[in-house]
Design a protein around this ligand. Structure first.
Ligand code: GLN
Length: 252
């Protein structure tokens, strides 16, 4: 029996940056790699450790309130920045949600004006406002080969994120506030890094994005296609969210 190839998901700060079901993204990445015949596993990368980061195919960085971000940003700068940059340079991919997305940028500034420096892996900056953006989100994504082209999820953030020239939006908001409630854009894509405000969790209802991250990480092994899976349950949940996003007919 040929030995199964290893596939590794690296979970940054699982104890502190993990809200609104973000854990579901880890399960989705591991299962979808397993269903393609890989020996798939997730490793936890909490504060103070970088063990195994060089072997990671897809990193996941979840969301967290200002308090949790204050507890992780120094470790990110001191310990994770260099191995993460190297891994991405070598073709690993990253999915970062909300608070994680913000700390991969240049900085996150709280509504009180406290600034947490980020690692600048993506060309974005975030400043919190007084009003939180909360609710369902539907995005028309601008990622090649992504089918369906819509992404659905849930947002809850005070941060307003603005993209620099080095990053492009993940897509256009159809429902919700997205990056900053003003430019109509959501998330960012820069090289192998995808940032977004979509919780939910995101990947169980958007399996096409999970496959995009897996496929892109595997392309360095010469693997460019993934065996199709029966995603009827996942896409039914996706379509349900799209329906929910339809403007309701005015009450008679
Ligand atoms: N604390 C950040 C904000 O409020 C991120 C919140 C989150 O990850 N949900 O914008």
């Amino acid at each position: 029996m040929p030995k199964k190839e290893r596939f590794t998901v690296g979970w940054l700060y699982p104890d502190l940056m993990n809200i609104y079901g973000d854990r579901g993204n880890i399960l989705t990445l591991v299962r979808r790699a397993e269903w393609r015949g890989f020996d798939a596993r997730a490793i936890e990368l909490g504060r103070g450790t970088t063990k195994g980061m060089a072997d990671v195919d897809v990193f996941f960085f979840g969301g967290g309130q200002d308090r949790e971000q204050a507890l992780v940003y120094q470790d990110l700068l001191d310990h994770k920045q260099a191995p993460l940059e190297e891994a991405v340079e070598k073709g690993a991919t990253v999915l970062a949600v909300c608070g994680g997305y913000q700390l991969l940028g240049h900085f996150y500034q709280t509504a009180e004006g406290e600034r947490f420096p980020g690692i600048g892996l993506i060309d974005v900056r975030t400043e919190a406002g007084k009003k939180r953006f909360i609710g369902d989100v539907v995005v028309d994504a601008d990622v090649e080969g992504l089918e369906p082209k819509t992404l659905v999820g849930f947002e809850n953030h005070s941060g307003r994120t603005f993209l620099g020239a080095g990053a492009r939006p993940l897509g256009r908001v159809r429902l919700g506030s997205g990056n900053n409630g003003s430019d109509g854009m959501e998330g960012c894509v820069q090289g192998g890094v995808v940032g977004t405000y979509l919780h939910g969790s995101l990947l169980p209802k958007n399996p096409q994005l999970a496959d995009y991250l897996i496929r892109r990480a595997l392309s360095r092994r010469g693997i460019t296609e993934l065996a199709p899976l029966d995603d009827s349950a996942e896409l039914a949940a996706h379509d349900r969210m799209l329906l929910r996003a339809q403007p309701r007919a005015p009450e008679r």
